[in-house]
Design a protein around this ligand. Structure first.
Ligand code: HEM
Length: 412
């Protein structure tokens, strides 16, 4: 496990700051260090992190500027991919999130229609039913972990429904998603070997599932749609599986941590919840503000492929560039009083949690729909959720969220 970051002390020299240190996130103490970087060194170099040397880009405008130049700042797995941890090794199958044009655009175009407004409208009903059923099973006046009882099952079950993933095995989606998103595992040889082993098991499982679906007549689930669609029918199996894993893993702990972050946010700003109780129409504005405030993925990474500059700071071909969305979403020049959770924030939609530019999250509408329905169903049941114990945070700098959020529900 990482040691306590010296940069938690705001007086240390700038060059000692390492925002990849997991303890900033485990202890929820990341705010001051990013405020300092935005102010004093918005494009900052860390030469000695456990993930190797990297640049941090921390201002909203500079992050957008990097994302707007995908030909210079590459997502390609062959340079290391999309997290501060270099994506190398046998278990990484081609995925369009970790690819550049033209491959990226071709693959994305095939999958994007499954997440269009028409498809979302069709999915809304099954999401609503599942959410209602889950909320109806929750105890009132008794403390429980919101992450385990609500955020994880809602997100995992929804993905299992959308993909018609074998129901009895759906806990595997949670398990694999947690492993795939845990970049700290690679830093320790023992956990790194475990991660590779579980990656192999996941690939073998998906290989079998794909073969089974291919042999059956087409149905409405996303795997069947992928297997039987004309354009995806021409995709080699390796790529189809890589992209399926991306959809399942990409949509899992991100949406989960929005659902947890939302409870923490309303607990800290109870007047915002009261506002929603009196005016449920404000849910539409609350959803992007929840996603901004939580920022379920703290960063995405690019690799510079030609000498260039970011905000006037020279960067070289081969340099690792980490865009800290968690910081861009607290940039006061875009979001005044940025730490405040405000469901009426006029420009909440400018958040960077879904990225920006050609790779902007393809599942954004689905994530928003799930959060919207969860809020609607909670209000319908007159449920007010209070945080009643010490929250525990995910111990790493990529997935940003909670492992334990003790809560109690009251009827309002
Ligand atoms: C609140 C929930 C979510 C968050 C915060 C989130 C965040 C992100 C981010 C930051 C990116 C990369 C953007 C970039 O590199 O510029 C991304 C891409 C992606 N996300 Fe999401 N995501 C969420 C939900 C989902 C869901 C529900 C799905 C699907 C089931 C999904 C599937 C994808 C895919 C396929 C990509 C790759 C897009 C591309 O490279 O063109 N995400 N997401």
């Amino acid at each position: 496990m990482a040691t306590l970051a010296p940069a938690a002390d705001t007086n240390v020299p700038l060059e000692a700051i390492d925002v990849s240190d997991a303890l900033f996130y485990a202890t929820d103490s990341w705010r001051p260090v990013f405020a300092r970087l935005r102010q004093e060194a918005p494009v900052h170099f860390q030469p000695n992190s456990p993930f190797g040397p990297f640049w941090s880009v921390t201002r909203h405008a500079d992050i957008q500027a990097v994302e707007a130049r995908p030909d210079i700042f590459s997502s390609d797995m062959k340079y290391g991919g999309i997290t501060v941890l270099d994506q190398v090794g046998e278990i990484n199958r081609p995925q369009f999130i970790a690819a550049d044009r033209p491959y990226h655009g071709e693959q994305r175009r095939v999958i994007a229609p499954a997440f269009g407004p028409g498809e979302m409208a069709k999915m809304a009903q099954s999401i609503r039913l599942r959410t209602a059923e889950l909320l109806d099973g929750l105890p009132f006046g008794e403390e429980f972990n919101w992450v385990q009882r609500v955020s994880i099952p809602l997100t995992t079950d929804m993905l299992a429904i959308l993909f018609d993933f074998p129901w009895a095995d759906r806990h595997l989606l949670t398990f694999w998603s947690d492993i795939a998103g845990d970049i700290e595992m690679a830093l320790n040889p023992e956990t790194a070997a475990k991660s590779v082993q579980h990656g192999r098991e996941m690939l073998a499982y998906f290989d079998r599932l794909f073969a089974q679906r291919k042999a059956l007549p087409p149905t409405n689930d996303l795997i069947s749609m992928m297997v039987h669609s004309e354009s995806m029918g021409n995709m080699p199996d390796q790529e189809r599986i890589g992209n399926l894993i991306l959809l399942i893993v990409g949509g899992n702990d991100t949406t989960r941590n929005s659902m947890s972050g939302m409870v923490a946010a309303f607990d800290r700003y109870p007047e915002q919840w009261r506002k929603l109780i009196t005016e449920p129409a404000k849910i539409a504005g609350a959803v992007p503000e929840i996603i901004r405030w939580q920022t379920p993925l703290a960063h995405m990474r690019r690799t510079c492929v030609a000498d260039s500059e970011i905000a006037g700071v020279p960067v070289k071909a081969g340099d690792k560039i980490v865009m800290w969305y968690i910081s861009g979403n607290r940039d006061e020049s875009v979001f005044p009083d940025a730490e405040r959770f405000d469901i009426e924030r006029a420009n909440a939609r400018r958040h960077l949690s879904f990225g920006f530019g050609v790779h902007r999250c393809v599942g954004a509408r689905l994530a928003e729909l799930q959060i919207q329905i969860l809020l609607e169903q909670m209000l319908e049941r007159r449920m007010t959720v209070r945080v009643t114990g010490q929250p525990e945070h995910v111990v790493q700098c990529f997935v940003h969220g909670y492992t334990n959020l003790p809560v109690t529900i009251e009827r309002h």
